[in-house]
Design a protein around this ligand. Sequence first.
Ligand code: 6PG
Length: 247
Amino acid sequence: MEARGETPKVTIFDDAEEVARAAAERFVELAQSATAKRGRFAVALSGGSTPKRTYELLAGDDYKDRVDWPKVHVFFGDERMVPPDDAESNYRMASEAMLSCLSIPPENVHRINGLGDSVANARLYEDELRTFFNNDGWPSFDLVLLGMGDDGHTASLFPGTRALDERDAWVAANWVEKLKAYRVTLTAPAINRAAHIIFLVTGANKATPLSEVLKGEPDTRRLPSQLIKPLDGSLEWLVDKAAAAGL
Ligand code: 6PG
């Protein structure tokens, strides 16, 4: 699969708050354009801690009235195998920071089940995506938001794990040995079909992996974030000065 998308655009901001504002701004622009053109906006949210502030901003006075929320469909890039009210749940974070404060119909929130068998949960999620995207070869998200771990992982595509080799599945149950846990994750080929992909990366602990991912030799088993290369879409990295120290 050769990426035909544009060259990644890296924008460096003073601090994490500026990154969060820029991400909220891009979210709003992309949501407005997708809802105007296609009557809906399909976004996959990232988990972890970095996007929380963006979600809070989107639900706050500066942004919330700029999006036609009933036309937004929310998906998740990955999920931990925990109940939806668990402190570790990506759904819970997004729900508390944003979704519960907005007029998104509950049926537009497509969460990954974290209870029970992870392989079955991955299949169910892929079925849900296939129904939504009319089983159309690959999903075509309008936006996928991603974070990056300090080991170079993104979504739940961790270094050395099996899901890195997925070529056909949209969703995988991925055993992560260092966490001694399964995660359910979108696969790289599914993410790479998105119209827009935005990484949010902040903090000094991300400086070395960020420079390796962006400027180092290709080594996707060690640095899975390098697998993210949109086929036809755009890839943006919104990073703060601390994370950009090695660029
Ligand atoms: C998750 C993620 C994951 C995350 C990175 C960065 O569920 O953990 O989706 O890929 O984005 O680990 O996490 P932080 O933002 O907490 O550094």
